[in-house]
Design a binder for this molecule. Structure first.
Ligand code: SF4
Length: 82
C-alpha cells in the first residue's frame, strides 16, 4: 500500500470508529447512514479517490456507495472517449 495514497486515513472522521462494519452495510438504510456520516469528513475526497483508484468493490468510501463509484467510473470513461 502506497503511504502517500493512504495518508488521508490519519485525518479520517471514522479513524477511531468502534464499528468498521458500519461502512459495509448490505442494505439501503445502512448504506445511506454511512453516506450521511461521511458528508462532513475532512478527507472525503481523497477517501473516495482511493476507493476508485484501487477498484474497491465493497463499502462506502468518501460518501460514495459502490454503485455511485461505478457510475462515476462509467462517466469518467465516457468523458475520456468524448
Ligand atoms: S469519507 Fe467516510 S469512509 Fe472515508 S475516511 Fe471519511 S468518514 Fe471514513
Amino acid at each position: 500500500m502506497n503511504s502517500n495514497e493512504t495518508y488521508f486515513m490519519n485525518f479520517a472522521k471514522c479513524k477511531d470508529s468502534k464499528n468498521p462494519n458500519f461502512f459495509f452495510a448490505d442494505d439501503v438504510i445502512g448504506t445511506n447512514n454511512a453516506i450521511r456520516y461521511c458528508q462532513d469528513c475532512p478527507v472525503k475526497i481523497p477517501c473516495g479517490q482511493y476507493a476508485m483508484n484501487n477498484n474497491i468493490i465493497y463499502g462506502v468510501w468518501g460518501g460514495l456507495s459502490i454503485r455511485a463509484r461505478a457510475k462515476l467510473k462509467r462517466e469518467q470513461k465516457l468523458n475520456q472517449i468524448a
